[in-house]
Design a protein around this ligand. Sequence first.
Ligand code: MGD
Ligand code: MGD
Ligand code: SF4
Ligand code: MO
Length: 887
Amino acid sequence: MRPAPIRTTCAYCGVGCGVLASARDGRVRVKGDPVHPANFGKLCGKGQALGETVSAKDRLSYPLIKGERASWERALDHIAGRFLHIRETHGPDAIAFYLSGQLLTEDYYAANKLMKGFIGSGNVDTNSRLCMSSAVAGHRRAFGEDVVPGVYEDFEETDLLVLAGANAAWCHPVLFQRFEAAREKRGSRLIVIDPRKTATAQAADLHLPLKPGSDVALFNGLFRFLCEEGAADESFIARSTADFEKLLPLLGARETELAHVAARCGLEENLVRQFFTSVLENERWVTGFSQGINQSSRGTDKVNAIINCHLLTGRIGRPGMGPFSITGQPNAMGGREVGGLANQLAAHLSFEPEAVEKVGRFWNAPSMAERGGLKAVDLFEAVHEGKVKALWIMATNPAVSLPDAERVRAALEKCELVIVSDCMASSDTLSYADVALPAEGWGEKDGTVTNSERRISRQRRLQAAPGEARPDWWALTQVARRMGFGAAFPYESPADIFREHAALSGFENKGERLFDISAYADISDAGYDAMTPFLWPVRKGDKGKAAAGGRLFADGKFAHEDGRARFLFLEDAPPVHGANDDFPLLLNTGRLRDQWHSMTRTGAVPRLMSHVKEPMLYCHPEDMAAFGLSPKGLAEAATRWGRGLFRVAADGGLRRGEIFIPIHWTRHMSAAGTVGALVNPVTDPHSGQPEFKHTPMRVTPVRPVRAGFYLSRNAFEPEGFDYWARVPVAEGELFYLAALEDAAPFARLEEEARAWRGDVLAVEDKARGTFRRVLLEEGVPVAAFFSGPAGSVPDPSWLSGQLGKRAEGAVRQALIAAALMDPAQGGPKVCSCFGVSEKAILAAIAAKNLSSVQAVGAATQAGTNCGSCRPEIAALLERAFMKEAAE
Ligand SMILES: Nc1nc2c(c(=O)[nH]1)N[C@H]1C(S)=C(S)[C@@H](COP(=O)(O)OP(=O)(O)OC[C@H]3O[C@@H](n4cnc5c(=O)[nH]c(N)nc54)[C@H](O)[C@@H]3O)O[C@H]1N2
Ligand SMILES: Nc1nc2c(c(=O)[nH]1)N[C@H]1C(S)=C(S)[C@@H](COP(=O)(O)OP(=O)(O)OC[C@H]3O[C@@H](n4cnc5c(=O)[nH]c(N)nc54)[C@H](O)[C@@H]3O)O[C@H]1N2
Ligand code: SF4
Ligand SMILES: [Mo]
């Protein structure tokens, strides 16, 4: 009999979609959970591929000490012993934890409690510092607590969605599609504020390609405009806010005049006026914001500049209105609830003496930290300086994801004791681990996560973890016990931890902390197992869905002691480092549709690698001409902090002078495509969040002496190549290769391939310097190596798809050309759900005279599943239409 599917939550973004999953014979199948209130059955491409990422392949399956297999007993004893010794000799602040929004709340709670109550330091920080900390600081300044007031329904019930610094079509696809579906019925407007013309901007009614870093000026201008047009809600301001008068100077200032704002933001006046007027005219107005706002040296000010405008108009806490921080990771919110950030204590309490006393009493803790600890960038600096001697990294890859990543690597290299808990066998950070601990991954671990709208859902175990992998909370609990804190760490299950966390949220909380889930403090194990998704707060005694549809601040009462929200006076200032003669361009970094961060999981799924295969550098076509770059050529990018090698592609949707590089490539996936090494380590003064989106840079074309690709079913290490990029394909791996000055690595591989025996297809043209070999076994291609002068090597996409498949007739003949003449094949994959390429879509548009995204879907299936490629299909339609018009 087929077992009933298990309800769980997606491992990826902060939308927090419900998943119905079943595991059988080691295979996990997933589909959207039709009753989960975040997604009602939908999943995006990454979510649909979850099953393909749960496997025993390439997993870390037992503990390692200095690279050697060790028992858990030994590894845990070693860690506890070293912690005790370091604490004794250098004090508690010489130890630190660096955690992640991809941990479960229970893991996070145990880590935070161990460090802040028992080891006695505030040094617990998390990758949420890189992600959400400006939103946290902005919420705390304005509202008095880190609270997202709205719910997802607000995206459906709004008349105007402004997305600022958020590429939701790619990064929060299911939420974006919820908006799009409602927009079709309601006719709501979408305005996108982003220097780049993203897929989201392509779907917008209005796109403001503002100068990076100028958001405060824009929203200050909006504030003045709304005041002048009489949109201020005076009774709300009087009843529910404070410090309005601090903003009066904005009203007469030259800087907030519309013309001045337009010039400062590098926008046409007319665009700015349309944006301002739309806000004026639409009471139901939501501003969704993400990393274009948060990851800035003015991130917190940007957040408050947005909130100011919502407070001014009283458009907050009501249906279809409000500022909405769209969180990144599946449990970024849960981490914020337990105190995962170094400047929060626990359960939304900060380090005020009464709070420290209160939590100390609740935990019965012997050595409470009395002040906040080091924030991520400072933490790694302290590791570098030798002040922090032991660092436990859990579920994050800082060697890739922190700014100035080379310095981070140097810090990890020097650190006395680096412990890394990960579920995968190799990551750039794991290479620095003194102790590596195997963690349960998605589908194996069990606990809770909180999504962007404050909804807590269960992630549930589908199958056992491979080898000796254990939950992260378990490893933490075991270390705590070995350090002598067993009485406070009696946990045997995640439910034990969740109950304590829920109890702490309600402990001596008479409503001053909105984060309160004390209704769950006594939940039974069976109740925890059966838990259905719910929005917080749910206080003891509360029943059913919270009032006001789950929105907070609906009553006009905020979390500051006097119940009033705060206006903040914010001065516009440019990013810290501006372009200069040496570094005339600006580097912007962010995400691609089908990859998740450092690719440890999505990078192994061929389907998800088919959208973009190499570490790309996107550049405006006119800048390409100005800097001598050619499409598909290679370029060296350099900043004051580091350098890298990337494949160039034109993107007319960029502003002149700005470069975009995706964040996903690591040293495991490429020779030098890790963009973190180039990013300046500047941080926001309030939140400590890095300025990931703005680093002065230069770019120089490089012309390889030789280029090629290697395709194989067997493992291959691309040694000696200046440029390489690894691409998993259905039956093996593909490597793009290039040598800049010395072609010796190619000569070596050519020699090897010449020695292939048996069924070998070969073409070699000594005069032109081209070399091609395909090796077959029993009619099945098993390896191929093509090389030649740069530009002479064919695209390997089609050939990659033939690896491991029997090749006969025309296909066999086509192998050595790496191309079978089929006009419907090739070009980048637009729809990864159904594998439909750009060429196939363009061909269908032309052949059948298609004019809508729906029609393309009906003809090719593209865009009919998760929908996250619909903006790209729309752009292809536009392109086809423009071409037709020009002809
Ligand atoms: N496919 C995919 N989805 C993801 C993730 C992933 O890795 N892959 N990661 C998840 C995580 S952890 C996060 S945090 C979210 C991030 O989600 P997003 O924030 O939506 O994604 P990013 O691509 O980082 O950046 C958003 C946009 O900010 C713009 N931007 C840059 N500078 C400025 C500026 O000065 N002002 C404004 N207004 N905009 C600017 C960039 O051009 C970029 O398009 O995505 C989540 N979802
Ligand atoms: N230049 C630039 N840099 C950025 C950003 C940017 O926009 N630009 N964005 C920043 C943001 S918003 C974020 S969120 C970060 C993300 O950056 P990271 O957190 O460094 O990225 P991930 O690849 O998600 O790393 C997660 C690691 O945890 C492992 N893992 C997964 N599940 C588990 C588990 O249950 N337990 C354990 N122990 N390990 C697990 C994975 O295999 C992987 O190695 O990057 C930041 N860095
Ligand atoms: S939108 Fe986010 S949570 Fe939903 S399926 Fe996609 S990645 Fe997972
Ligand atoms: Mo993030």
